[in-house]
Design a protein around this ligand. Structure first.
Ligand SMILES: Cc1cc2nc3c(=O)[nH]c(=O)nc-3n(C[C@H](O)[C@H](O)[C@H](O)COP(=O)(O)OP(=O)(O)OC[C@H]3O[C@@H](n4cnc5c(N)ncnc54)[C@H](O)[C@@H]3O)c2cc1C
Length: 325
């Protein structure tokens, strides 16, 4: 048995979530005294591939070529499944990102494997079975699923496992797979990035605003605080519905699910549909003028106060801290 990690790249670079998934896969490999192979698809250069060995990858299968340069769900799933067969992998790990969520079930079918997406902790292993803790009901609850199949596919939620540097070197092998025409029936033709700022699903800090901010003209405070903290900006659903902010910023049950280290909610009541998308944040700070706002029940830190007074003071304090650091 070996463990396989799919090292997803964005524009030829690996994000932190990949190193988290590699560290997670390394821990599973260690529990089973086996090796860890990474498969990378889509023209990633040697320097970037070498980074994978820092986190315990023993071997990298590098798939390049024009056909697979951009993400194609079905074709990437075929390549990863073939890599797993070549390596005799009993566990395949991916990041629970937009592409990881699409790939996991497809790989599961190709390998006749049990699939746990939304994983947030290392599996508990007994005999040949894995019990995996995962998010359920759009992040409102956790479930434990038991995988009893010979091969297991696990997609790890970003920010739910630490990055562990182990050092080491990995040999890089070119890996070629004959893809079929049927793998290319649905293709992405164009990707239009909504902003150059920090990407919301990957952000480690998120500053989010709700209807309590009264109107789009007041978002300068949210953006300034976000910029100072290197954070992404987000909002509640009514805010994007009203056109105050783009829909790409809407978090919650019907929007994006985030799991940053720090989520700062300003003027957001904390309705269950909003919490569904943010409750796996590590630390939640709530700023709301109503002490009875439901968000305070799940907050690690709360400030009862008017956002128009609290935010300028917070911005000044962060500036002073940064100037003195
Ligand atoms: C099927 C369904 C799906 C939904 N999906 C989502 C979703 O994905 N995401 C989502 O966000 N919502 C979703 N909603 C809507 C959700 O139920 C709430 O209506 C919404 O989250 C409320 O947004 P809000 O907190 O910004 O506004 P409000 O509920 O109006 O709350 C505003 C808050 O700001 C506070 N406030 C006011 N003035 C100030 C001030 N000056 N300073 C500080 N605080 C102030 C108030 O005390 C209040 O708590 C969904 C609803 C349904 C029915």
């Amino acid at each position: 048995m070996s463990v396989l990690i799919y090292a997803e790249n964005t524009g030829g670079k690996f994000k932190k979530s990949v190193f988290e998934a590699v560290s997670y896969a390394r821990a599973i490999a260690d529990q089973n005294n086996t090796s860890l192979t990474a498969v990378s698809i889509g023209n990633v250069d040697a320097t970037e591939l070498a980074l994978l060995s820092k986190y315990g990858v023993n071997k990298v299968l590098n798939v390049s070529g024009d056909k697979l340069k951009e993400f194609v769900n079905q074709a990437y799933a075929s390549v990863i499944a073939e890599a797993a067969k070549k390596e005799g992998s009993a566990v395949v790990v991916l990041s629970n990102t937009f592409s990881g969520r699409g790939l996991a079930p497809r790989i599961g079918i190709k390998l006749e494997a049990g699939v746990a997406d939304g994983a947030v902790a290392l599996p508990e292993q007994t005999g040949g079975s894995f019990k995996v803790k995962k998010t359920a009901f759009s992040g409102k609850a956790f479930a434990t699923v038991e995988l009893t199949s010979a091969i297991k596919v696990i997609a790890l939620v970003p920010n739910s496992y630490k990055v562990v540097e182990t050092g080491g070197t990995a040999q890089v092998e070119d890996f070629r797979v004959e893809t079929k025409a049927s793998d290319f029936k649905a293709m992405i033709k164009e990707i239009v990035r909504s902003t150059d700022k920090v990407s919301l699903p990957d952000a480690e800090i998120v500053v989010s605003g709700g209807r309590g901010l009264k109107g789009p003209e007041n978002w300068g405070m949210i953006e300034e605080l976000a910029e100072l903290l290197g954070a992404a900006t987000a909002c509640s659903k009514p805010v994007s519905d009203a056109g105050w902010r783009p829909h790409s910023e809407h978090v919650g049950q019907t929007g994006i699910a985030v799991s940053p280290n720090l989520y700062i909610a300003v003027g957001i009541s904390g309705a269950i549909q909003h919490l569904a998308g943010v409750s796996s944040s590590k630390v939640i700070v709530v700023i709301n003028k109503d002490p009875e706002a439901p968000f305070f029940k799940v907050a690690d830190y709360g400030i009862v106060g008017d956002a128009f007074e609290v935010l300028p003071k917070l911005i000044t304090a962060v500036k002073e801290y940064k100037a003195s650091a």
